[in-house]
Design a protein around this ligand. Structure first.
Ligand SMILES: [Fe+2]
Length: 213
């Protein structure tokens, strides 16, 4: 990844990293990973992933202060790129457990987990809306939307995340979290209802940054 970034990026580029930056349990333990990211070329924008224990969503402003001029943390805010607003949040996708029949078809799932997932989705949706609205309040009308989790679960063709993308007419939804070939098609890929869906997990991209704009 370091080599690919050095080859493809210039200091004028913007690199959005959509989460799971470090396994560290707190910021001190994450410092080597933060230093690695800071060493990549260009302006770095980070989104929260499910493993990012160092990042308390309510303390994003403190992270932005601590790494001012070096790293940018996307949460309840947005970043401008030309005419575009880069908006986003971690998102959430219900991941089961699912119960399968002998032919591998989903015949049920853990309903308690599903109820809990709905609560997390509602919270993430509010954060995403805050990001869109911060951009809109500044007169921004063109959006690229970033999520860590895929926008839909394996049970869904659409979700509140796809609907908000369509509602704000986001041009692209960029997400990760799905690793390994068996997971690459868990969610949407390509164009749907005017929105382009892109998976950018590291192994899917073979650790080479994808050009979004
Ligand atoms: Fe993840």
């Amino acid at each position: 990844m370091q080599k690919a970034c050095a080859k493809l990026l210039t200091p004028d580029d913007t690199l959005v990293l959509v989460g799971d930056h470090s396994w560290g349990k707190n910021l001190e333990a994450c410092e080597p990973d933060m230093a690695f990211i800071m060493g990549l070329p260009g302006r770095k924008i980070l989104l929260r992933g499910n493993h990012d224990m160092f990042w308390d969503a309510k303390k994003t402003a403190a992270l932005n202060e601590r790494y001012a001029g070096k790293l940018n943390f996307l949460q309840n805010n947005y970043y401008a790129y030309g005419d575009y607003a880069l908006v986003g949040t971690k998102g959430f996708t219900f991941e089961g457990p699912f119960y399968l029949d002998r032919r591998g078809r989903v015949v049920g799932w853990d309903e308690k987990n599903e109820a809990h997932a709905k609560e997390i989705v509602d919270r993430e949706l509010a954060r995403l809306r805050a990001s869109f609205e911060a951009a809109r309040a500044d007169g921004r009308r063109k959006y690229i939307m970033f999520l860590h989790y895929p926008p839909t679960s394996i049970l869904e063709d659409e979700s509140c995340f796809t609907r908000i993308a369509e509602g704000y007419r986001a041009e692209q939804v960029v997400y990760a979290h799905s690793h390994g070939e068996t997971r690459f098609h868990d969610s949407l890929l390509g164009e749907k209802n005017g929105v382009e869906y892109r998976l950018v997990s590291g192994d899917f991209l073979k650790w080479t940054p994808a050009k979004i704009l």
